[in-house]
Design a protein around this ligand. Sequence first.
Ligand SMILES: Nc1ncnc2c1ncn2[C@@H]1O[C@H](COP(=O)(O)OP(=O)(O)O)[C@@H](O)[C@H]1O
Ligand SMILES: Nc1ccn([C@H]2C[C@H](O)[C@@H](COP(=O)(O)OP(=O)(O)O)O2)c(=O)n1
Length: 235
Amino acid sequence: MNAQGNTEGIVIAIDGPSGSGKSSTSRGVAKARDLRYLDTGAMYRALTWWMLDQGVDVADAAAVAAVVDRPELTMGTDPGAPSVAVDGRDVAAEIRGKDVTGNVSAVSAVPEARERLVRTQREIIAAARAESEGIVVEGRDITTVVAPDAPVKLFLTASAEARASRRSKEVRTSDVAGTQADLARRDALDSSRKDSPLTQTADATELDTTGLDLDQVIALVVGLADEARAAVTAE
Ligand SMILES: Nc1ncnc2c1ncn2[C@@H]1O[C@H](COP(=O)(O)OP(=O)(O)O)[C@@H](O)[C@H]1O
Ligand SMILES: Nc1ccn([C@H]2C[C@H](O)[C@@H](COP(=O)(O)OP(=O)(O)O)O2)c(=O)n1
């Protein structure tokens, strides 16, 4: 039982394309409501980092599938200081590098890689629900595969221009057109893979963040979370 006396914490599931604001919104909501936070993209990135570090040919799906269970991933779910470690090594910086970003879509298209990570994600969610007020989970298949029964399901969007401009500021490049092309390439791969592609379903609330600043988006999602929690408590 958690501190509010609820037997299980809430799950807030957030999907959307690159740069739509999933990570920053999720962290802001989790901080505002004392929830845990899970960045599933960081898990696909960490697995990709390990494959590259081991010299696995990530273009060879069978080679990736054969070793998916080997690395141990440890995800820290504090929204103020999320962490990611592979076999005990902190890889938070390495997983944001160009090599990982360029290869993560290939690894995340391998069904065995997804099975392994979805299993780990569900374990983290179950532990968070048992021990805390709940968890905000973000990625590409959270509303559809990982936590389809979550009481709050959101699909974040923003125009391609807004997403490229935000990401360019984040990585401090003036090449907005190049960044937009990179995002478009990854979105196309993530949306077209056979297994669990990024999909917007009718039961997820779409939130277009193009004209909204981060605080406005966080406030909207906190409102939805509060409504859902009130409904759960009233049951
Ligand atoms: N509503 C918003 N308005 C302006 N900038 C935003 C907004 N949401 C996110 N950002 C910024 O855009 C960048 C990408 O956001 P991020 O949360 O990493 O997106 P995602 O996790 O979907 O890839 C970050 O620098 C973040 O601060
Ligand atoms: N649940 C998820 C989360 C991420 N992925 C894949 C698809 C993405 O291109 C990569 C990296 O995800 P991440 O959320 O870090 O991507 P961003 O660059 O922040 O948009 O992982 C996935 O297939 N399923």
